[in-house]
Ligand binder design. Structure first.
Ligand SMILES: [Zn+2]
Length: 120
């Protein structure tokens, strides 16, 4: 198991396996957040505490919730409003440096084509 936590430690995510790859997306929100996303099925991630420690931002079709720590402001993860999608994103920037170093970084052109364009 690996862990991802915000700067102040109020929000922790316990994740079954380290990411093999993470996504660097240039869409309007990801580029502003400066995040790297590691995607998981919902059952592989435990959020501690399960609620109450984050504020939520939604936009556009409001299909996913972007969570950020209420205390330190770090973007911790996104979660699908429709859980049958069974996919969520953890901000891999909040993982240990060694864990992140073990993942390849793929560039996603979310701003335009929605396709992966290469690796960093
Ligand atoms: Zn925090």
């Amino acid at each position: 198991m690996i862990e991802s936590s915000c700067h102040c430690g109020a929000v922790r995510l316990e994740i079954e396996t380290p990411p093999r790859e993470v996504t660097d997306c240039n869409c309007s929100i990801c580029r502003r957040y400066g995040v790297l996303w590691a995607y998981y099925p919902l059952s592989q991630v435990r959020i501690v505490p399960p609620s109450g420690a984050t504020d939520i931002y939604m936009w556009d079709d409001r299909a996913i919730q972007f969570h950020r720590c209420k205390t330190c402001g770090c973007v911790t993860h996104w979660w699908p409003v429709d859980e049958s999608r069974n996919r969520m994103g953890v901000n891999a920037r909040l993982m240990d440096l060694a864990v992140l170093a073990g993942a390849r970084v793929r560039r996603l052109d979310g701003a335009n084509t929605g396709k992966y364009t290469g690796e960093n």
